[in-house]
Design a protein around this ligand. Structure first.
Ligand SMILES: C[S@@+](CC[C@H](N)C(=O)[O-])C[C@H]1O[C@@H](n2cnc3c(N)ncnc32)[C@H](O)[C@@H]1O
Length: 208
């Protein structure tokens, strides 16, 4: 029988927010792949591990080699279906080899912290990409939930939205380190976000 690649979402970070099914798969893994923080939080004695750094081709080739011996469990942050290694895994391996265990996305968690429904929100990612002008357009009542990165941060995105016509007094929330002890959720406005501490790994929610 073919071995499987089990892609387990580990939620926003704190172990309290990992599904028991994901924890079971992670703890039972012979081969475990994940970021350094995830490996230090979740790996158990005796597992063969590979740390995901920038070099994705090496990670994919490690997984391909390890698959001949056993299942491989790959931990990804948040939910695997929302901007994760799952895309690259689907491009590299037959989809029948993939099994996905969902996780709580950082976006979902941010909306929960704000007690705000996300069914009408537009979810966008600035993580290594840039949404189109149309996706960023302003309309009263429009809600955006956005992933950030080192280049597109809690300071640069509000500036960009104001250039695109969003009013400076639009409510905004900077949600960083979600689920961790030092979680930081700052409720401000687009104009105010520009002078708040800059967060590069956060979920930025704006409420037009
Ligand atoms: C590669 S994306 C992964 C998204 C992930 N699959 C998800 O569903 O949340 C990484 C981005 O997710 C966001 N993120 C992940 N964990 C977070 C956390 N604990 N607090 C705030 N933002 C987080 C940040 O915007 C970060 O730059």
């Amino acid at each position: 029988m073919d071995h499987k690649i089990i892609v387990a979402g580990i939620g926003p970070g704190h172990p309290d927010y990992v599904l028991p099914a994901a924890l079971r798969a992670i703890r039972g893994a012979k081969v475990l792949v994940g970021g350094s923080r995830a490996l230090s939080d979740f790996a158990v004695e005796g597992q063969r591990t590979m740390t995901i750094r920038g070099d994705i081709p090496s990670v994919l080739s490690f997984i391909g080699d390890a698959l001949s011996e056993s299942d491989v469990v790959v931990m990804v942050s948040g939910d695997p279906g929302y901007y994760s290694l799952l895309d690259a895994l689907r491009r590299t391996f037959d989809e029948n080899l993939l099994a996905v265990i969902p996780g709580i996305s950082s976006v979902q968690f941010a909306f929960a912290r704000l007690a705000l429904p996300w069914h009408d929100a537009s979810l966008l990612s600035f993580h290594g990409r840039r949404p189109s002008d149309e996706e960023l357009s302003y309309a009263p009542g429009r809600v955006l939930g956005m992933l950030t990165d080192g280049q597109n941060s809690s300071r640069t995105i509000p500036k960009l939205l104001m250039e695109k016509g969003w009013p400076g007094d639009t409510k905004a929330a900077i949600c960083a380190r979600l689920s961790y002890e030092d979680e930081r959720v700052v409720r401000t406005t687009l104009a105010g976000a520009v002078s708040e501490k800059e967060e590069t790994q956060c979920v930025l929610v704006v409420m037009g």
